[in-house]
Design a protein around this ligand. Structure first.
Ligand SMILES: Cc1cc2nc3c(=O)[nH]c(=O)nc-3n(C[C@H](O)[C@H](O)[C@H](O)COP(=O)(O)OP(=O)(O)OC[C@H]3O[C@@H](n4cnc5c(N)ncnc54)[C@H](O)[C@@H]3O)c2cc1C
Ligand code: FES
Length: 447
């Protein structure tokens, strides 16, 4: 199914890699993160090549809802408690700067990508406490936010927290322009990266690239060792229906209750999102149905234009992993774990990694470093992720269901997307066994 963005943009095709080449830096993955990182590196004078397994923007980025916001759910109260006020402020500052970078790039390059300023609201129909605490936290960090009970939503709320000066855009129209002068090889899938003293050998399904540095921006880092990202990232999926003939809303909304929905206008359409679950845990299906039922209740005249879904990587402590890939690989870098907030997180990745590579330092490197371990923030999620992986792996050993080619977990059928999804780290395969989403690289074997 086309997303609202693929229906209205068509990024021109790039050639695959046809011969061995040498460059300074290779970025693996041509999504929002990879393209922005490459753009910033080139701007800082670092010759860069992007290797993309499919097409630019064809991963999760084509199915995002594309809100450009530092409001990442109710995060600031939690961050202050877990990493302290100074670091929480740095998180807000990095994301505020990311919004400003989008704004100035769009203006400076006159990018026609439906960029629009708006406010972003968190809302609850059940509680006021969480949002009250979040407001106090946000304001203490210098974020312009206020509590209200007035919204454009089609139902009453108990409370809403409005963040000013946020934005939305069309992610593929933006990527099309920003990637114009970047060297991208499409249909070029990286299979392995071999590291030697002076250079890296990036082996693809077509030819080999030699480079001083490698940036993994392939959504989920698919190299297991070093890095061990499979121990600290799982994926969560959610669903969107695009509707016409609804009440329109100028601002964007996301619910914090169990059955919270997200609302965001795009042109004449309204994107209604929700139904999130851990990837591989949707055997009962019905995620789109839930959205359609809600849409019918609130907007009886509405008509569905399209529906689509995506997933994102969830880090243990709710902070993306952006920085050096592992302590033993000083010339490998990574950008992942965006927790469904990958627009600003991709921009933060581009700012941070381009500074790290070009200047050897970034004001944000300690906060986002993948080498951190915040015990309080990570322990509960680490235990839960570990338990899920053990469950998936033992099922893989004892049952006859298809097994994931990443690390052998038993796959679960997702009737909403007609795909085999892995509950361990979120790889997905289509009905013919072809990989749709990584970290798996290989298709399922035909038996
Ligand atoms: C339903 C939903 C709504 C969302 N809405 C928002 C929102 O409103 N605002 C927001 O900020 N964030 C949002 N997000 C999150 C955001 O969409 C993602 O974080 C972001 O798109 C991720 O970008 P990426 O570049 O990291 O990954 P991707 O877009 O997946 O790009 C990775 C690329 O790497 C390529 N690749 C993979 N493996 C290889 C390989 N071996 N070799 C070469 N290439 C490879 C893939 O083909 C892909 O193109 C949402 C997420 C979901 C699930
Ligand atoms: S994604 Fe890791 S085992 Fe399936």
């Amino acid at each position: 199914m086309d997303s609202i963005w693929t229906m209205t943009a068509d990024i021109s095709r790039r050639e695959p890699l046809l011969e061995d080449i040498t460059t300074d830096t290779v970025v693996i993955g041509g999504g929002m993160a990879g393209i922005l990182i490459a753009y910033f590196l080139e701007k800082k004078g670092i010759p860069t090549v992007v290797l993309e397994a499919s097409r630019i923007g064809s991963g999760q980025t084509k199915n995002t809802t594309a809100k450009i916001t530092l409001q990442h759910g109710p995060i600031y109260h939690k961050l202050i408690g877990e990493i302290g006020e100074k670091n929480a402020k740095l998180y807000a500052e990095a994301n505020r700067l990311a919004i400003a970078q989008f704004r100035s790039l769009v203006e400076e390059k006159r990018i026609d990508c439906e960029f629009r300023e708006c406010s972003a609201y968190l809302y609850s129909c059940e509680h006021t406490d969480t949002l009250k605490k979040e407001e106090e936290a946000a304001v203490s960090l210098g974020i312009c936010a206020e509590l209200t009970d007035k919204t454009e939503l089609p139902f009453p709320v108990k409370s809403a927290l409005k963040f000013y000066d946020q934005a939305v855009f069309h992610p593929l129209l933006f990527l099309e322009r920003i990637s114009e002068n970047i060297t991208v090889y499409e249909d070029t899938k990286v299979l392995q990266v071999e590291r030697a003293e002076e250079e890296n050998k990036i082996i693809t399904n077509r030819a080999t690239v030699r480079a001083k540095r490698v940036v993994f921006a392939a959504h989920y880092p698919f190299i297991n060792v070093p890095g061990y990202y499979f121990l600290r990232l799982h994926q969560e999926r959610s669903y969107v229906v695009a509707l016409k003939n609804t009440k329109q809303m100028d601002h964007v909304y996301i619910g914090i209750d169990m059955e919270g929905f997200s609302f965001r206008k795009s042109g004449d359409y309204l994107l209604l999102g929700g139904g999130g679950h851990r990837t591989g845990e949707n055997t009962g299906g019905g995620s789109y149905q839930k959205l359609r039922k809600a849409a019918e209740k609130w907007f009886p005249e509405c008509k569905e234009i399209t529906h689509f879904s995506a997933q994102d990587c969830m880090p243990l402590d709710d902070i993306p992993y952006i920085g050096q890939f592992s302590s033993s690989t000083p010339d490998w870098f990574v950008a992942t774990g965006f927790r469904k907030w990958g627009m600003t997180s991709s921009m933060v990745s581009a700012m941070l990694l381009s500074d790290l590579i070009a200047k050897g330092q970034s004001p944000y490197e300690e906060l986002f470093t993948p080498q951190r371990f915040h015990v309080q923030a990570s322990a509960a999620n680490l235990a839960q992720d570990g338990a899920q992986s053990v469950k998936g792996l033992s099922k893989g050993v004892f049952t006859a269901t298809p097994k994931c080619t990443h690390m052998g977990c038993a796959l679960e059928w997702n009737p909403d997307e007609l795909s085999w999804d892995c509950p361990c780290h979120g790889s997905r395969f289509d009905g013919d066994g072809k990989v749709i989403d990584n970290p798996a690289i290989e298709d399922l074997a035909n038996e």
